[in-house]
Design a protein around this ligand. Structure first.
Ligand SMILES: [Zn+2]
Length: 182
């Protein structure tokens, strides 16, 4: 952030009185501009035992497969956002949403929330951010072409849970990948 969204003056990074971390503070009107983590909401849609994945039409990770997910919008619930993303990316109506997986990704200040859900009438398509969508049995999932580690992990856990017949809600953190020593 370079300029105050209230008055247009420059901002500086300082610790406001009574606070414990740096914030962008306007040098003119003294408005404090807080930035907080972003929430990504998505679905793990299942129809007749198969999981719906979308092949990304956009960067990052174009051509790779993912679960429908995206940034939560103001004024919606997390489940509502997950269903909206499923409609936008896979033209599928998510039903019976159940919270399933939370990932904290603190080094990029993101929180992921995935809901298990059904698919109304088994219908789906491909929205503008997807090249195609498809239903996969476990053996047919393109495991080497999954776009993001959180999606890979959630899918693996889902198929394991299904074998056990229970779907506990899990919360864990994804840490920054360490560079190999030079
Ligand atoms: Zn200002």
């Amino acid at each position: 952030m370079n300029f105050c969204s209230s008055c247009g003056s420059a901002v500086s990074l300082t610790i406001p009185a009574g606070d414990d971390r740096e914030r962008y503070v306007c040098v003119s009107c003294e408005a404090i501009h807080y930035t907080n983590p972003r929430v990504i909401v998505g679905c793990l849609p299942v129809y007749e035992g198969r999981v719906l994945l979308c092949r990304r039409a956009i960067e990052p990770r174009r051509n790779f497969w993912t679960l429908p997910a995206g940034f939560m919008e103001n004024g919606e619930t997390s489940a509502g956002g997950a269903a909206r993303e499923t409609w936008e990316e896979a033209e599928a109506k998510a039903i019976d949403l159940q919270l399933y997986r939370i990932f904290d990704v603190p080094h990029i200040s993101q929180l992921y929330m995935f809901y298990r859900c059904g698919l109304e009438d088994g219908a789906f398509g491909a929205g503008p951010e997807s090249l195609e969508s498809a239903l996969f049995d476990e053996a047919d999932v393109p495991w080497d072409e999954i776009a993001f580690p959180v999606v890979y992990k959630a899918l693996k856990e889902y198929f394991d849970d299904r074998r056990r017949g229970e779907y506990p809600v899990r919360v864990s953190s994804i840490e920054r990948l360490k560079r190999p020593p030079a």
